[in-house]
Design a protein around this ligand. Structure first.
Ligand code: CS2
Ligand code: MG
Length: 413
């Protein structure tokens, strides 16, 4: 059989998503996630204007060959736009293959290596009292791992600190439309002060350990904001509180900078949500400078590429900790869950549940039970997009915020 159609669907059920639909000549449909938060239309154009016509008439079963054709063929390599586009094609072809064989995708990846996928939720609070409430809420739902972000005195809204009122905690969304819901014309701006953060944040972990004991897995995201020496100090200061991981303590593309952090602390390090290829990790993995790989299937070239990356990491004792924010669509999330279930070196999976509107458009079969997810046993990825419903939600331009130091200097976000 051959690929008959490859259509790109941009929709905004609560937030923007780019989805690729591949249809074979015998009518099998495969879905792929190509969402790149804040830069969605660049990937949509890459797929619709440069990739779709090259797929038509091709053999949908040749997944590896198609991946290589799209990666090596165009000469220009890597980058988030290209790799999200390749990822969408790759996911859709794996979805088709598993549907044709009548199995859930994880069976083609070696079968289940575990019964459920431990996930971490996002707890945050403008102050410690609010954070403590948020953490307690997650524990009541059975979570065994939480990422904690807290407001820093003297700073306004900062990354990762959301409302914690009942029903709003999952609304945390860093990509902004205009306040009236219309398309944004430019990013909002936040302010940042690393010394204030370094002085304040470590004691939060101390309070959490006092209140919740040593069993809770505590994660924290530095969101690329520290210099190597600041990150080394932070990782050392929080060492007594035994974090599960410290994420993106520095801008990770400077791979050798992590040597400095590593040489000062045993706090486990997680890096890679903005990476898009195994080569971004080469130094980090071979020198054992990190403990967890943070890429998502959507941004790192699909299931084919992630499986290779995670197998490479396994050789060096590095585990998975795949990115799972709401800007990865339910299709991308399902792809992660099939891999999580199958690989041996699974670490943890990030989980930010999508809102009800998103889940009306994307019909999922993955399940959550007391802190663990399972991809389900529907054939393929187990997610179907309802195109009629998607058509009700027009793409609405939104931007991630820009971050500035207190003196106005643009800083890492
Ligand atoms: C993040 C994301 O999930 C995370 O750890 O750092 O929230 C990230 O900011 C967004 O995915 C950006 O699109
Ligand atoms: Mg992060």
């Amino acid at each position: 059989m051959t690929i008959e159609r490859a259509d790109v669907i941009c929709t905004s059920p609560g937030r923007n998503f780019v989805t690729l639909k591949i249809v074979t000549s015998d009518g099998v449909v495969g879905w792929g996630d190509a969402t790149l938060n804040g830069r969605e239309l660049a990937v949509a154009s890459y797929l619709a204007d440069h990739v779709a016509s090259t797929l038509i008439g091709g053999d949908e079963d040749r997944i590896e060959d198609t991946w290589q054709y799209l990666y090596r063929g165009p000469y220009w390599r890597r980058g988030p736009v290209t790799m999200a586009a390749i990822a969408a094609v790759d996911m859709a072809l794996w979805d088709i293959k598993a549907k044709k064989l009548g199995v859930p995708l994880y069976q083609l990846l070696g079968g289940a290596s575990r019964d459920g996928i431990r996930v971490y939720g996002h707890a945050s609070g403008a102050d410690y009292a609010a954070l403590k409430d948020a953490v307690s809420g997650y524990l009541e739902e059975g979570y065994t791992a939480v990422r904690v972000q807290a407001g820093v005195p003297g700073l306004g809204q900062i990354y990762g600190v959301a409302g914690n009122k009942p029903g709003t905690r999952y609304d945390y969304e860093p990509a902004h439309r205009a306040p009236d819901g219309s398309p944004a014309t430019r990013p909002t701006e936040e302010s940042w002060d690393t010394p204030a953060y370094l002085a304040f944040m470590p004691e939060i972990f101390g309070h959490l350990r006092e209140d919740f004991g040593s069993g809770l897995r505590i994660l924290h995201d530095g969101h690329h904001r520290m210099s190597p020496i600041e990150a080394a100090r932070f990782a050392k200061d929080v060492e007594p509180h035994r974090l599960f991981w410290l994420e993106d303590c520095t801008p990770g593309e400077d791979q050798s900078a992590l040597r400095l952090v590593r040489s000062h602390s045993t706090t486990p390090l997680a890096v890679g949500e903005v990476f898009n290829s195994v080569y971004d990790y080469q130094t980090l993995i071979t020198e054992r400078l990190i403990d967890y790989v943070r890429s998502s299937v959507t941004h790192a070239g699909g299931i084919t590429a992630m499986k290779k990356l995670l197998d490479f990491a396994a050789i060096y004792g590095v585990k998975s900790g795949m990115h799972g924010p709401t800007d990865v669509s339910p299709v991308g999330m399902a792809a992660a869950l099939h891999l999580d279930l199958a690989i041996h070196n699974f670490g943890i999976q990030e989980y930010m549940p999508h809102n009800e509107t998103t889940l009306e458009v994307f019909q999922t079969s993955y399940t959550f039970d007391r802190g663990f997810l399972h991809p389900g046993d529907a054939t393929g990825l187990g997610v179907e997009l309802d195109e009629k419903s998607a058509a009700h939600f027009d793409y609405t331009k939104a931007y991630l915020p820009v971050n500035r130091l207190m003196d106005g200097t643009v800083h890492d976000w």
